[in-house]
Design a protein around this ligand. Structure first.
Ligand code: C2E
Ligand code: CA
Ligand code: CA
Length: 389
């Protein structure tokens, strides 16, 4: 990005900005040195002299306050100006927690504890935005803290949803789906906390917990299946795969719970593959060498499609509920489902249709030679204690 910026040359003694000026630009020193000073004329006092590679003027740029010091070139200098628009763009892309912390630090640095009362409309608008950011950051920090506590206090539970053989309608396996029993908020859906656990890295611990719990519960679940090759499916999040010990962990957990590797399926979405194509290929191969299999989750909603199906050792395609639920009403969805099933079969994969809620949809999928079905028609996700033996 810095390559696109125009350099400016300034002569010795030039003033770059003065105290009280609006802070609309920061500078990176490419050559020369710059004096930072406060006060005017004989009252002026040097704060610092900075040189090549250093940045100045950035504080006013970020917190939208006037300059608190002046800057003058000590000798001939080359500078790279960095505009507020660019910094704002970068800040927008930063995590709210980082942004909030940065602004708090800047505020303390500037006011040594006090806050400047907002007066103009622009200052009020900045203050409002900052309050909203503070709210978002606080919420995230609280939630991340709660997740850490929940792991310690054993507040997570796995629910299991049956996956049925479409012909016989017998239970072939189960998908493990995490639930959080929050002491104050009650049951929290995985969609409401997994995204943050993914961002904070807590997903690794959570993922390992899920894997252990599913393997621990498998002997009980297995007794309620009626199928020659029963399985339990465990979801993987993108950053679990980049954990250096990932394959080793899977192996250790399987040994610890005497899990037969062929009965463990790991579900991942195309995002996992897209984020890290080469690493994913290597690790997924290692997983299949252990004897376990891979299911491509939410098929149809991602972007990689054909490429990942062909290159990666995927044993099962799970067609997303968005298409399955429309199969009755939309010729387009029906076409997508039919083509996906044919494609999967031609690549030697089996197919699970997700989110089957009605008999009609079941019948249609059976006619399309789909292998397995998952959905409320056969059973909602339930705790282990509610699985019929
Ligand atoms: P998913 O892997 O696509 O799981 C299927 C979701 O569809 C589950 O939602 C399930 O309850 C729901 N579902 C199943 N059948 C039906 C149906 O017939 N109708 C409708 N309307 N919904 C149905 P859930 O349990 O809320 O999980 C949401 C997502 O959270 C999962 O989507 C998965 O991506 C993620 N997730 C859940 N547990 C875990 C976990 O242990 N680890 C990771 N990494 N992700 C998990
Ligand atoms: Ca899944
Ligand atoms: Ca899915």
């Amino acid at each position: 990005m810095l390559n696109n910026l125009n350099r400016i040359e300034v002569e010795a003694g030039s003033i770059l900005f003065s105290e009280g000026d609006p802070g609309d630009c920061a500078y990176l020193i490419e050559e020369g040195s710059i004096e930072i000073f406060v006060g005017k004329g004989s009252q002026s006092r040097q704060v610092n002299i900075i040189g090549k590679g250093e940045l100045f003027g950035e504080v006013a740029l970020i917190d939208h306050q006037p300059r608190t010091a002046s800057a003058r070139a000590v000798n001939k200098a080359t500078l790279i100006p960095i505009s507020r628009t660019m910094v704002n763009e970068l800040l927008e892309k930063t995590d709210p927690i980082v942004r909030h912390l940065l602004l708090v630090i800047l505020e303390r640095y500037r006011n040594k504890g006090g806050t400047v009362a907002a007066t103009t409309e622009e200052q009020l608008s900045v203050a409002r935005k900052r309050n909203a950011l503070r709210g978002e950051a606080t919420q995230k920090i609280t939630l991340a803290n709660d997740i850490a506590r929940a792991l310690e206090k054993d507040e997570f539970e796995l629910f299991y949803q049956p996956i049925c053989d479409l012909k016989s309608e017998h239970v072939a396996g189960y998908e493990a789906l995490i639930r959080w029993h929050h002491p104050l908020q009650g049951m929290i859906s995985p969609l409401d906390f997994l995204w943050l656990a993914e961002q904070t890295g807590q997903i690794r611990e959570l993922g390992l917990w899920t894997l252990k719990r599913a393997c621990r519960d498998w002997p009980v679940l297995r007794r309620s299946t009626h199928y020659p090759r029963p399985f339990v499916s465990v979801n993987l999040s993108p950053s679990q795969l980049t954990e250096p010990r990932f394959v080793e962990d899977v192996k250790t957990v399987m040994q610890q719970y005497q899990m037969s590797p062929g009965e463990l399926k790991l579900e991942l979405t195309e995002t996992v593959i897209i984020n890290n194509p080469e690493l994913a290929l290597k690790l997924l191969r290692q997983i299949t060498l252990l004897g376990s299999s891979i299911a491509l989750d939410d098929f149809g909603t991602g972007h990689s499609g054909l490429d990942s199906l062909n290159r990666y050792p995927i044993g099962t395609m799970k067609i997303d509920r968005a298409f399955i639920s429309q199969i009755h009403d939309s010729a387009h969805s029906r076409e997508i489902v039919q083509t996906s099933i044919k494609l999967a079969h031609s690549l030697g994969m089996d197919v699970v249709a997700e989110g089957i809620e009605t008999r009609e949809i079941h019948a249609q999928l059976l006619a399309l030679q789909c292998n397995y079905g998952q959905g409320w028609l056969y059973g909602k996700p339930v705790p282990l204690a509610r699985i019929d033996q």
